[in-house]
Design a protein around this ligand. Structure first.
Ligand code: BJW
Ligand code: ZN
Length: 240
């Protein structure tokens, strides 16, 4: 693959790289994206019935079981070539920070050390009532399981529609978008706010935005470089 000399130049000169990722980065590990017209989760399930606090209040067992199904789907999957190449970048550049919308934990498992999980992590749980984090040690017959502190219902540690991102994660992500030399945007449809506004913010702060996606997104118009293709093909070729 041939890359624009300006792009390679910018990468060689970078002291700090921010990498913003979405579900497309995990697609080649076998995890369905959200908005693919055939295989996407939202093509087959209704987000408003499963990924909102109102849905959980209405039918907690269905929501809990759906997340258990997704956890089972992910349990034995592995980081792919894109996750690994991004993690390896830490050996070449003084500072690399991940900003991911993904909840699967695959960037951590690939070896990335500085990962902001904007939409949480599906492997964590916390109490819907008192919000304390929960560790499930023994199997329970309750669906969803109950909080050891207040007997409230446990829920997955993800950010649902209508919920705010945690303030520290959001502020760090915005700060990085402002200050990193290069801002990669990989495998996201960029339709979900406020995360979707980070690449535009990075660009408006004078950062070099590099977009990697097999499909066009609204970021193509302002990204300095648009690389059309799968993350697992392009990222290793570019970064290794
Ligand atoms: C490949 C590839 C390969 C394929 N290689 N690429 C207007 C303005 C501002 C906000 C709103 C608004 N209207 C509504 C809102 C609120 C809402 C929102 O944005 N809705 C829009 C859908 C309209 N946002 C929120 O509610 C957020 N909170 C918030 O705004 O708080 C303030 C507030 C508080 C109270 C009331 C109102 C506001 C929270 C959003 C939480 C999102 N949660 C989810 C679920 C997480 C838990 C779970 O996993 O179940 O997060 S939704 C889902 O979408 C998930 C993802 O992280 C997120 C983004 O999806 P992503 O990663 O982009 O995936 P896809 O599938 O969309 O795209 C995949 C891409 O990969 C595609 O482009 C492919 O081409 C590409 N691809 N294969 C590279 N091999
Ligand atoms: Zn509790």
């Amino acid at each position: 693959m041939h890359f624009d000399p300006d792009l390679l130049d910018k990468l060689r000169g970078a002291r700090h790289i921010a990498v913003f990722t979405g579900a497309g980065v995990s697609a080649e590990s076998g995890i369905p994206t959200f908005r693919d017209a055939q295989t996407g989760l939202w093509a087959n399930f209704r987000a408003e019935d499963l990924a909102t606090p109102e849905a959980f209040r209405r039918d907690p067992a269905t929501v809990w079981k759906w997340y258990e199904w997704r956890r089972d789907l992910m349990r034995n999957l592995q980081p792919n070539a894109a996750h690994l190449a991004i993690a390896a970048l830490e050996r070449l550049v003084p500072r690399v920070t991940m900003i991911t919308q993904n909840v699967d934990g695959l960037h951590h498992r690939a070896g990335s050390t500085d990962v902001i999980e904007l939409h949480g992590n599906i492997w964590n749980n916390f109490c819907f009532q008192c919000r304390k984090p929960a560790v499930l040690t023994t199997p329970t017959s309750d669906i969803p399981p109950r909080c050891a502190h207040c007997d409230g219902m446990l829920r997955p540690g993800v950010v649902w529609f209508g919920e705010s991102l945690t303030a520290p994660a959001w502020h760090r992500a915005a700060d990085l978008s402002e200050h990193a030399d290069v801002f990669f945007c990989i495998g996201t449809s960029s339709l979900v706010e406020p995360a979707a506004s980070l690449p535009r913010y990075a660009q408006s702060c004078g950062r070099v935005v590099i977009q990697i996606n097999p499909e066009a997104t609204m970021h193509d118009g302002f990204a300095r470089h648009v690389l059309r293709g799968k993350a697992g093909d392009i990222v290793p070729q570019l970064l290794c």
